[in-house]
Design a protein around this ligand. Structure first.
Ligand SMILES: NC(=O)c1ccc[n+]([C@@H]2O[C@H](COP(=O)([O-])OP(=O)(O)OC[C@H]3O[C@@H](n4cnc5c(N)ncnc54)[C@H](OP(=O)(O)O)[C@@H]3O)[C@@H](O)[C@H]2O)c1
Length: 309
């Protein structure tokens, strides 16, 4: 019997219990799944960073902590966590992110706001460029960024991706390093941020980076709030350097009611809804990782604590 502690917030139990049990049965895992165990009896912890479990010291036989979220910045600094930590790479979450990113990219590319908010009674005909004439840059071409890049190249957008390590992704111009970032920004008619929040990525979009982008560019941030220097972005929006920013994530969430982003005419705020973990598909990922752990195989999607993602 494998003891699995569900340690995400209690209100998530109703959503996850049935899909997890179904996924364990499908994977032929003999699991005792509960929300409470004596810590020394737990083999795996299904986790979320806002869980009440913050001290992992008593979980002496735990083989892995399996996070339900893709972002791990709130856990990587926890020194009591010495067990392997897997982040969530969920096909359902990835689909959601691809749809959200594609939708907001097309909104800006096609200038949809002109007609959605501009029903003035005036018949003004404008023709947007084709996707092939609009360059998209994605910072972060991991699980989410690469999937978004494929969807956007499928629509005809020329896509440049930037990552920490050199990459070779078919159909995408891949860049890395400081010089690569400069080049990636210079061709970013639409800039999409899908980097994790680490000390190395914070404020990557600062005043200098914004000044490198083509005038009138768009920014879409479903990554993490600290990637952007908020004041520098507001200055770039006010000067017209950046035409619009669609922001899903913020330094403080919920975004405080008095934050200037709410009232700014060139900012769209969405409440961290770009991509949710989907219980059915995520449960299968968790079952697969437990299966691997039991078979002595390496876990999938392990977090490198030194890199911070
Ligand atoms: N808004 C939402 O609803 C939502 C939902 C899910 C996730 N997210 C965010 O999306 C982020 C990305 O998720 P993911 O699953 O795609 O992560 P991932 O697979 O780990 O990919 C991260 C990418 O960022 C690159 N990167 C990391 N540090 C870098 C640096 N210092 N310089 C340049 N590139 C760097 C990585 O480069 P390498 O390929 O070289 O490692 C990789 O390409 C998550 O961390 C989370 O913050 C948001």
């Amino acid at each position: 019997m494998i003891n699995v502690l569900f340690a995400a917030r209690s209100e998530r139990w109703d959503t996850y219990e049935a899909p997890l049990r179904a996924a364990f049965a499908k994977a032929r895992l003999d699991v005792d799944l509960r929300t409470e165990f004596a810590p020394e009896e737990v083999d795996y912890i299904v986790y979320a960073p806002n869980s009440e479990v913050q001290d992992f010291t008593p979980y002496t036989r735990c083989k892995a902590v399996l996070n339900l979220w893709a972002g791990v910045e709130a856990i990587t600094g926890n020194e009591t966590l010495t067990q392997p930590l897997a982040r969530m790479v969920d096909p359902g979450l990835t689909n959601g992110m691809v749809e959200w990113v594609t939708g907001h990219t097309l909104r800006h590319h096609l200038g949809m706001d002109r007609h959605i908010t501009g029903q003035t009674g005036e018949w003004v005909v404008t023709t947007p460029p084709l996707a092939r004439e609009r360059r998209v840059t994605i910072l972060g071409i991991g699980a989410l960024g690469a999937s978004c890049a494929h969807a956007l190249t499928g629509l005809g957008f020329p896509v440049t991706g930037w990552s920490r390590s050199p990459k070779d992704v078919s159909g995408i111009t891949c860049l890395h390093g400081d010089d690569g970032l400069k080049q990636a920004l210079e061709t970013a008619d639409i800039l999409i941020l899908l980097l994790p929040d680490t000390p190395a990525t914070q404020n990557v979009i600062n005043a200098e980076a914004l000044s490198r982008m083509p005038k009138g560019a768009f920014i879409i941030n479903p990554g993490r709030g600290p990637l952007i220097d908020d004041d520098a972005l507001i200055a770039a929006l006010d000067s017209g350097q950046i035409a619009h920013a669609t922001l899903d994530v913020f330094r403080v969430e919920p975004l405080p009611a008095d934050h200037p982003f709410w009232a700014h005419p060139k900012v769209t705020v969405t409440p961290h809804i770009a991509a949710e973990t989907r219980p059915e598909t995520a449960s299968e990922v968790i079952a697969e990782n437990i299966q691997r752990g039991e078979a002595g195989q390496p876990f999938l999607n392990l977090v490198d604590r030194a890199r911070g993602y």
